[in-house]
Design a protein around this ligand. Structure first.
Ligand code: 26A
Length: 344
């Protein structure tokens, strides 16, 4: 693949600023949150953000799942390899995001909304769990008006690989489908992450509409189980679901679909369309004492994997690059990567 081409990887999702703090079960209970989950904020969750900032010494950290992956891929790849699209406001929070992506060398093209606030995600860390509560704000206003602007669409036409964070199904399914069809028409690579259990659960119709276009589908074990549940599959076992995902009908017959299911510290499972065997790849071991927090581990995995894809590495190497970057990221605060840079 054209690793030397500039901005060959184009990513789309929701740019968010994370308001991250260590907290306790009492705070989770107060806001009726699960210890390990990602949800959209309801009215009752809005006071959480101030409470995290005022009472829990919260840190402001660049987030947004696919933006984390885009930063991660750019961390590994040569300069000017990755461009990221999403909606943001014109405020202090978007200024912090811009600083963070600049440090990572990631190019962003935000749809700047003058009236809406940049999206924020409360990230409550309890031990090795994280509960994410997102108020999308300006990110919720992304759409075809931005994607189809000539200067943005030319970036789309130039790119070879598209990566869409599944969280964007809550925002603009038409933008996702536009990229999906562009990929199939021009034999480009379309990569989708399931992002969170609520996506295959509550956005089933739009997820299913995109399924024929998936060249790579990435999820974790809880997302695989949610997919199985909403599709009435006979088994929720990751090994069974990964095979189903790989073998769903596919639009572009020139590429076999690859389905990837991560399982925390358990081996990553990979199924290839039409192949019986499921491959397993152990994660990179880490001493528990070295883990800072696991927020963004899955995003880092996707970022490392995408870098491998862009560089035309064998599948096993790309998976290993994802696991390597995930190990680096969980040693940092939030979805971040160590500087000075380490080399794979
Ligand atoms: C629409 N939702 C709920 C979201 C997100 C999200 N990114 C995009 N859309 N909810 C949480 N995140 C991000 O996930 C990262 C950790 O994997 C958080 O911003 C956090 O950086």
């Amino acid at each position: 693949m054209a690793a030397r081409k500039e901005f060959a990887l184009l990513c789309l999702e929701n740019p968010l600023l994370d308001i991250q703090a260590q907290a306790d079960q009492a705070l989770l209970d107060k806001y009726e949150l699960k210890a390990n989950d990602a949800i959209l904020a309801e009215e009752k969750h809005i006071p959480l953000y101030e409470e995290l900032l005022n009472n829990y010494d919260a840190k402001l950290i660049a987030g947004g799942a696919a933006q984390n992956s885009a930063r991660g891929a750019q961390y590994i790849l040569p300069p000017n390899s990755v461009v990221y699209l999403g909606g943001a406001g014109d405020d202090k929070y978007s200024a912090i995001l811009k600083d963070a992506v600049k440090q990572a060398g990631l190019r962003v093209e935000y749809r700047v909304d003058p009236k809406e606030k940049t999206g924020r995600c409360g990230a409550i860390i309890t031990g090795h769990n994280r509960s994410l509560v997102t108020d999308l704000g300006a990110a919720n206003h992304y759409g075809l008006d931005h994607l189809k602007k000539p200067e943005i669409w030319s970036l789309v036409e130039n790119a070879e690989v598209y990566y869409i964070g599944g969280f964007h199904f809550t925002v603009s399914p038409p933008a996702i489908m536009e990229l999906a069809k562009q990929a199939a028409e021009h034999n480009k690579t379309f990569v989708l992450s399931l992002s969170a259990p609520f996506i295959p659960q509550f956005f089933k119709e739009v997820v299913d509409a995109s399924a024929p276009y998936w060249d790579y589908i990435i999820g974790n074990e809880t997302e695989a189980a949610a997919y199985a549940e909403s599709h009435d599959l006979p088994s929720k076992e990751p090994k069974d679901v990964v095979k189903v995902l790989a073998n769903l009908p596919k639009e572009n017959g020139k590429r076999k679909r690859v389905a990837i299911v991560t399982q925390g510290t358990e081996p990553t499972l990979v199924a290839i369309q039409g192949e019986d065997a499921i491959q397993e790849f152990p994660v990179h071991a880490i001493e528990p004492a070295k883990i800072n927090d696991t927020n963004g581990a899955g995003d880092a995995f996707a970022g490392g994997f995408l870098a491998g894809l862009l560089e035309g590495k064998p599948l096993a190497t790309s998976i290993d690059m994802g696991q390597w970057l995930a190990k680096l990221s969980i040693q940092e605060l939030g979805p971040s990567y160590p500087f000075p840079k380490q080399a794979y």
